[in-house]
Design a protein around this ligand. Structure first.
Ligand SMILES: [Zn+2]
Length: 64
């Protein structure tokens, strides 16, 4: 248990509730995933997974 957690938000990448992370637009990415995204080479299969997750941030559901 972490008593310093003011509030927790669900990370869009790992879908885990975390108290520390960054906001992109209205979405939340935890510190761990943010680091992973940054350190993942573009040739890594996981990179595409992250990109797909992040891309969902940029495409508003208004346009279909
Ligand atoms: Zn995460």
């Amino acid at each position: 248990m972490n008593e310093t957690s003011s509030h927790e938000e669900t990370c869009i990448v790992c879908e885990t509730k975390k108290s520390r992370g960054i906001h992109i637009y209205t979405k939340f990415i935890c510190l761990e995933c943010e680091k992973k995204v940054v350190s993942t080479p573009t040739s890594d299969p996981n990179y595409e997974f992250f990109v797909r997750k992040l891309k969902s941030l940029h495409t508003p559901t208004l346009y279909s």
